[in-house]
Design a protein around this ligand. Structure first.
Ligand SMILES: Cc1cc2nc3c(=O)[nH]c(=O)nc-3n(C[C@H](O)[C@H](O)[C@H](O)COP(=O)(O)OP(=O)(O)OC[C@H]3O[C@@H](n4cnc5c(N)ncnc54)[C@H](O)[C@@H]3O)c2cc1C
Length: 432
């Protein structure tokens, strides 16, 4: 009998389990695959440490993940990327602003666009985005008269921040809230100095094991419900009893472990059909130093972004070698068209190899991943925070939810990290 049974060892389940364990509770994490981490899994190959696609931490030392680590008594050092750039169609590097000062310097904007950008940033910083819930990014840009370089800029921000390059789909409110958070924290993105596994995942695992355990290779078949309460989980080896049960499974998959028909919740039914974000990730492990750039780099065709992650966090590659990681967001529906996806991949690789010609000779290995789920939810106008599931399901006692499809704040991975704090506070009634 455990205090908590957590279904899924994704990053949100691990964070919640570690916070509860640090408080002295026993938690068992049940993970279906042979390793924990879920979509934040880290793979080590030939001395290179590869994230599951580019994994920067928004707001870095001011992020929710840093807060989780502080709660469990760990400190984490972050590496700050250098300047970000757009590589234009002539292969010239153009400064890509990550804060207000960048707008004054970047060649991406005309003089009047620069003034407009500063005016918009002041408004965004003040948080004046009420009434924009039904606006897409495209609607918002039109209403603000945003055009030219500034429009190209916000399209790329939508692609990287919301993982949605289609501005007629992405939510203006989500974009503005997240830009506002960058302006307020003064940090766009950072990266754990020694990588996700060393700095984040391993400390979480160690903390959970202080009072509980992690069982990999263990799929939960169903949540055990008795008298309207969750009392445990069923696996092929039998029932694991717990006082409370937490689900860290994307809400689209909840129907596989919960009798959704028995739960009278419209939100739950909506959550089963949430559209995730999707895309292609490409990593190149290479001999030698491939570039000096230590910030994010954007392309407009195909719209994508990446970095030489080993220039930001040297531990991710063996000495004298480099690791480059790139991501091309593609809409979930388009991702189903195999031929089209292959075409994106070809264009992406051609573009990367044109910008880094040395790759042809110096690549040790390349890894390509086609991912139909990147972030649990695409932040379109129908999937904003208020439309997603809370940390508990109405009508079922002792059953909680965590993860990047819940109604936590942020975008993408932030939602997962914010959710672990939100769920912890809901369960314990105390502040993380
Ligand atoms: C290419 C890419 C780039 C990304 N970039 C970033 C980034 O830059 N920054 C960032 O913070 N985030 C990023 N993310 C998003 C981030 O990885 C996710 O938001 C986060 O990992 C989600 O964690 P989770 O715990 O909510 O869900 P998941 O990782 O999906 O965890 C759910 C876990 O539950 C397990 N499971 C499912 N069903 C069962 C069952 N029946 N029984 C037992 N176990 C089960 C799964 O195997 C999985 O391990 C990126 C993701 C990808 C793929």
């Amino acid at each position: 009998m455990y205090d908590f049974a957590i279904i899924g060892g994704g990053i949100a389940g691990l964070e919640l389990g570690a916070m509860l364990s640090h408080d002295g509770h026993s938690a068992i994490v049940l993970e279906q695959s042979e390793h924990v981490g879920g979509r934040s899994f880290v793979h080590v190959r030939d001395g290179f440490t590869l994230d599951n696609g580019i994994h920067l931490v928004r707001f870095g030392r001011k992020s929710a993940v840093a807060r989780v680590l502080r709660h469990i008594g760990r400190t984490i050092e972050f590496a700050s990327p250098g300047n970000a750039y757009l590589v234009d169609q002539n292969d010239d590097l153009v400064l890509f602003p990550t804060g207000p000062a960048g707008f004054l310097k970047s060649r991406l904007f005309t003089f009047s666009e620069r003034l407009k950008a500063l005016k918009v940033m002041v408004r965004l910083k003040s948080g004046s985005y009420g009434g924009l819930d039904r606006y897409t990014v495209e609607d918002w840009m039109q209403s603000e008269g945003i055009e030219g370089g500034l429009k190209r800029y916000f399209r790329l921000v939508s692609a990287s921040m919301l993982v949605c390059p289609i501005t007629s789909v992405a939510s203006a409110r989500a974009l503005i809230e997240n830009v506002n958070a960058v302006l307020k924290t003064g940090i766009s993105v950072e990266y754990p100095l020694h990588g996700w596994r060393h700095d984040i995942i391993d400390p979480l695992i160690r903390t959970i094991k202080q009072h509980g355990e992690i069982k990999t290779g263990t799929r939960v078949e169903s949540v055990v419900l008795e008298d309207g309460k969750a009392t445990g989980v069923r696996t092929k080896d039998g029932i694991v009893r717990a006082r409370d049960v937490v689900i860290d499974v994307p809400s689209q998959e909840i129907g596989k472990i919960l009798d959704v028909g028995a739960v009278k919740s419209d939100r739950l039914r909506t959550a089963l059909g949430l559209v995730p974000t999707s895309g292609i990730s490409v990593d190149y492990a290479v001999q030698g130093k491939i570039s000096d750039i230590d910030g994010l780099i954007y392309f407009e065709d195909p719209i994508s972004f990446g970095c030489v992650i080993s220039n930001i966090a040297p531990d991710t590659a063996p000495a004298g070698k480099s690791l480059l990681t790139w991501f091309c967001p593609i809409h979930y529906e388009e991702m189903k068209q195999k031929e089209q996806v292959r075409n994106y991949q070809q264009r992406l690789e051609d573009r990367i190899e044109r910008v880094f010609p040395a790759l042809k000779e110096s690549t040790i290995f390349k890894r390509v991943l086609h991912m139909s789920t990147v972030d649990g939810v695409e932040l379109n106008i129908n999937q904003l925070q208020g439309k997603r599931l809370d940390y508990a399901i109405d009508g079922i006692g002792n059953l909680y939810l965590v993860g990047d499809t819940t109604a936590a704040a942020g975008a993408g991975g932030d939602i997962a990290h914010e959710s672990s704090i939100g769920c912890y506070e809901k369960i314990t009634g105390s502040t993380a």
